[in-house]
Write a protein that binds this ligand. Structure first.
Ligand code: PMP
Length: 322
């Protein structure tokens, strides 16, 4: 069974009445979730337990953000979604243009102008075997929530703490993070380590010992005015924020180099920062108990935080919700 049956629908109506009294208007304010072209209230948005996204992590996704009515780099996110799908031979049953419209329609339906958007395409419903040929049609899910904050304003102002973890980034000849697939156990294991270590974020090395990326962020260092970020051959995702920040760095007149970075270079950098859709530009003040630079966000990072905030609100950089 793919979606909720009538019995469940009426059961959830009862649950609403209990939660909100008899005022069903409250229930109407529930967020709508897009599944395969239909909107469902959040509490009723369900996919099959036979969906291979759940059973095997077989699928692709995007995390996207909207600021003041502009979906930042929506076209770029959609392009990456279809590229990821191509790589794993997953056929998305609607066009890129239709997908863009579906994201905009979901935001409009939920009256959201500032939002974190999660777009998921799974292999679809199959049997208990892993063979994707048993899944005739991909499942498309669009969730739009009010904008999320990954780190508090105070943390961003002071810089966050991080640690290099023993969890190596999946290599490019394995479940490569160059593909934004539903396989995130590698990142989750790293996150568990940073949680246990009592720091804000984890940094993964590649299997040769060079720095790769954070759990869901790319990483940059600044040394003597030069900005450096590791290449995607370390298994890092080609982040959309990463690309935008590389352009900002160049616009601000700093030399920008993409090359391998060693753990020692991280510890001795003047500045370190993460980039990502949810992370935006996040300064790092400490790594494995080593103070980075002066132990607070440095001038290049601070300028990039400022410029990035302007960029995401520039209508030319995104798609208008209209
Ligand atoms: N690396 C990984 C593993 C990620 O999941 C993300 C988040 N999408 C990033 C980097 C940052 O990418 P983006 O700037 O496109 O959000």
């Amino acid at each position: 069974m793919l979606f909720c049956c009538k019995k469940h629908k009426s059961a959830s109506k009862v649950a609403y009445s209990i939660l909100y009294g008899s005022d069903m208007k409250m229930a109407k304010q529930e967020l709508s979730i897009y599944i395969d072209g239909t909107f469902y209230p959040k509490s009723e948005a369900k996919v099959s337990v036979y969906d291979h996204g759940l059973l095997y992590g077989d699928g692709v996704f995007e995390g996207i953000k909207a600021y003041e009515g502009i979906v930042f780099k929506l076209k770029e996110h959609i392009d990456r979604l279809y590229t990821s799908a191509h790589s794993i031979m997953l056929n998305i049953p609607i066009s890129r243009k239709e997908m863009i419209q579906a994201v905009v329609d979901t935001l409009k339906k939920n009256k959201l102008k500032d939002s974190y958007i999660r777009l998921v395409v799974t292999r679809g419903t199959g049997d208990l075997g892993l063979d994707p040929r048993k899944c005739p049609k991909a499942t498309i899910i669009i969730i739009t929530e009010p904008a999320i904050v990954l780190h508090s304003k105070d943390k961003i102002e002071r810089g966050i703490t991080a640690m290099i973890t023993w969890v190596k980034r999946d290599p490019v000849d394995a479940t490569s993070h160059e593909v934004k697939s539903l396989n995130y156990l590698n990142s989750i294991l790293a996150k568990i380590e940073s949680n246990a270590g009592g720091v804000d974020e984890a940094i993964c090395l590649d299997k040769t010992g060079f720095v790769s990326e954070g759990v869901a962020e790319n990483i940059f260092i600044v040394k003597d005015g030069i900005v450096v970020t590791p290449p995607t051959s370390t298994g890092a995702l080609r982040g959309i924020t990463r690309t935008a920040v590389i352009k900002l760095v160049e616009k601000l007149g700093h030399p920008m180099i993409e090359r391998n970075v060693t753990p020692n270079e991280l510890f001795t950098a003047d500045e370190v920062f993460f980039t990502g859709t949810a992370a935006e530009v996040t300064p790092v003040r400490e790594i494995n108990k080593r103070m980075i630079g002066e132990g607070k966000p440095g001038p290049v990072t601070r300028r990039l935080v400022e410029e990035f905030h302007k960029l995401v609100r520039n209508p030319k950089e995104g798609t208008l919700i209209k």
